[in-house]
Design a protein around this ligand. Sequence first.
Ligand code: 13P
Length: 250
Amino acid sequence: MRRRLVVGNWKMNGNLADNAALLKGITTQWPVAGEGKGNVDTAVCPPFVYLSQAAQALKDSVVELGAQTVNEHDAGAFTGEVSGEMLVDVGCRYVIVGHNERRRMQVETDAQVADKFHAALQVGLTPILCVGESEQERDAGQALETIGRQLRVVVERVGLEAFEHAVVAYEPVWAVGTGKVASPEQAEEVHRFIRAELGKLGPQTQILYGGSVKPGNAEQLFALPDIDGALLGGASLNADDFVAICKAAA
Ligand code: 13P
């Protein structure tokens, strides 16, 4: 049986004081006293500058650490960038690659996302590959075509077997930060499609849903057979909400 995974993407939010309170709020409530983490793994992805702070705060906790992106190169003259080795060095286990905000605002191409995915695997990080269609693509009936392309570029770069050590997150662009969540039918259709695209790795790969997941809709999403957890934005900035969603996954 696939394990569940709930990941908080803090995006460009937080400061030392707020992070300390948020991490304390999470670690004092999760896992539920006396129950252990069971079938649910959890991680938070703070901004780079706060990774060490979070690593310190999480060192005795079951909550793991991830980063929001990684540079595709090992080292060198890449001003402002952070390598996979650096992320491992400060205690990361996961890294998000290909988030739609970076695909759009940092103009990351499918090929670059594939290189980042590869770079993450090279240093032993678990990449969380984000895929998802825009509203226009959905309206034009091109959702699966877009997601298929985003996936295939990565599969061609790293091979299908690499997904044994990776997570996929379906984040419809139109559902991120909008309060509009994909319907159970829309989400399940895409998750089933992704699983089929992953061939023999499909049945074992964790596929998360992301886009306006809140404590009020998490349970309905997690009840779907092909949804293994969530990639949270807004809800991950509130300890009670984050923990409520972890509990819904359990
Ligand atoms: P929201 O949960 O705020 O919609 O963000 C989702 C997301 O982008 C997580 O990576």
